[in-house]
Design a protein around this ligand. Sequence first.
Ligand SMILES: [Zn+2]
Ligand SMILES: [Zn+2]
Length: 848
Amino acid sequence: MDEKYFPEEIEKKWQQRWEETRAFQASDQDGSREKFYCLEMLPYPSGFLHMGHVRNYSIGDALAWFKRLQGFNVLHPIGWDSFGQPAEQAAIKRGVNPRDWTEENIDHMRGQLKRLGISYDWSREIAAHRPDYYKWDQWFFLKMLERGLAYKKNSPVNWCPKEQTVLSNEQSSGGICWRCGAAVEKRDLEQWFLRITEYAEQLVADIEQIEASWPEKVLKRQRDWVGRSEGAYIDFAVKDSKEKIRVFTTRIDTIFGATAVVLSAEHPLLAKLLEGSSLKNDVAVFAAKVKQQRATSSNAPEEEKEGLNTGLLAINPFSGENVPVWVANYVLMEYGTGAVMSVPAHDERDFEFAQKYSLPIRQVIAPVSHTQQKAEPVSTMGTDQSVEMARAFVDYGVLINSGDWGGKLSEVAIAEMSKFAEEHGFGKAAVTYRIRDWGVSRQRFWGAPVPVVYCEKCGMVPVPYDQLPVVLPQTADFTGAGESPLASVPEFVNTSCPKCKAPARRETDTMDTFVDSSWYFFRYCDPHNDNAPFDSEIVKQWTPVDQYIGGDSHAVMHLIYTRFWTKFMRDLGLVNFDEPVKRLLTQGMVTNLVEDSEEWKAMSKSLGNGVDPDEMIAAFGADATRLFVLFAAPVENELRWSETGIEGAVRFLRRVYTMVWRWRERLSKPAEPVDPAQFSPEARALQRKTHQTIAKVTGDFEHLHLNTSVAALMELFNQLSDFNADPAKASAEDVSVVREAVDSLVIMLAPFSPHVAEEMWEKLGHTGGLLTARWPLADPALARREELEIPIQVNGKLRSRVIAALDISEEELRTAALADEKVRAFTDGHEVVKVIIVPQRLVNVVVR
Ligand SMILES: [Zn+2]
Ligand SMILES: [Zn+2]
């Protein structure tokens, strides 16, 4: 190898060496070392890595190297989330086979990852679209079916009219297709659901276990998604009828302020209650209109509130008061009970509705005055206060106009009134959740087939376990139309019933790809298992994942589903913990200037501000690209792309390389004995810097403060460069501190720029490669600063510096300052008025 730094040669050499020696293959049976499972979110094989991937994997790789060098048994795998829409779109648009398209993309991206030199254990590579993987998706599905956790029901689905496909709630949030941006419509279809609601309580409660090590913003979104609310069911009897309307409320303390009961237009009781009513027809027309509205305009929250008085009356069980029953478009059958009590004084939606339809507004909660802990005086009692209230008062407070509960605090009243309702048989305390069951049916080809068949005699029959996998056919008719393309493949559809052997039809829906990614990292632990998704004993050695790294766009979908799946696997006895991921990092975006503008935006093809990782590797090398990506910004923050930045990284690596080259001969020789007492002040300073840097970088790594680690390495290098010693003539003492500094620098550089680090390590005479090296340990005694250099000013101008012990007293410092020769040149012949001392920092002598 050369005197000059040629990244291309060095990187090729070490990538080959790593591959030949299977350097990063993790060993399952190594109980002698502590394990560390370092995981990055698996990519969708779109065909090309982008800089977001490079950032994600560079962070993970730095941590994997750090832990390996610390002696951990590290598992660092990668695979492909290879089912999904783009492959099918390619089939529809260009007639390519989705399987071929996917495999080609994987090949290309694998090559890119290898050129980046990411230290993956390639022997564990998995891909979701291969039958040996999706067989186990199907296996899990059958397990859920057995336990009643998978079920089919006719339900309105979110439908993208542009792509002619069903979308999950998550994929159509805000009424807009997450992929193409089209306005989402509603359609009725028979759908498969997974009963994630069964785990709603645990999904909230177990957050306690990960609270300290997951980003708060992710956990907040998960809490909101599950939407747990404590409240009560209350039954309002319908006047002149035996029926009762059950409402759910989180604010039973406001019930004396209820001035209406409002039903969803789809409420099943409506038909019965309106039997014989002259308004029946009007309500039916209104209901049809609401349904139509919802089908076309999605669930936009800002939708205009509309309602209709049914003419019915309901009886408030607390006050005995009769209130009108309305139907309205803002009450949805899917939430709560499909009925609410309307308390306009204390709910914003109800307030808006009451104003529009001139319903009475009655205040029953008053703010608590902070100092007195009692209600503020209220002028009107029990009457309509529509005029007085400018907006709803939604906070907790003190009850007023509320019968026996008047004067109680909301918190107290909620508990007491729920109990009262239960004792009197018209309600009870209850918890509800916003989360809905997970719709997993997709009318698509490129996914794992749902493993059931339909028989005329036996109905729906699960495919027996020993007949898995239900294999996708080679191809299908890709028309892009609504029905699953699988329906067009007779060899697939036509089968026989596993029970009675009569002709039967296969289910043609495939599963949401989020099924594949819910458990993939368990499969990495035991990727070639033919008999089970994985062996629990092997998985126990590796999981939970110690560090997971990915984008925060997965905060609620993937990261909720995988928590759900883990809890289900725990209930199957496959794993013995509740939470799959100990620590989560959501890395920031990579942005670049949008051409001809001052705007920094996430790199994207459509904005034309993307950067091709291959081009960067070709121009600057993988090591410099990775170093720049990790140095340019804290890992959670936005990273602004800068070619000048990469050039800086190359320059730094070149300088380190050249320095190693200069010292290589002297440092390759066996270490000579040294006498620490003979260290020069400069040698001592370098030794101190080395240990300070080790302490700093080691500490920073624990918090993934990678950018500051790189900065510390640069500082150490600068001090090394300034160290004035000739490699050929340097004393044994000087060589010993240089050796320690250089070895430490090279090892600590390995997580960022592993190829050149390996090369330098070899040049320095070490055999066996960096994987046999160990991360240096900081000696606190050597890192400690023994002396201080304190500036001395005379009348505010710097005149000298004194070297002082750390624990020097003010009196000693004063004496030292006044005795200093350079200071005396300005004080002799003057009167010293005072001496200002900032301990350990500064002395200012004031003279006149
Ligand atoms: Zn779409
Ligand atoms: Zn049958």
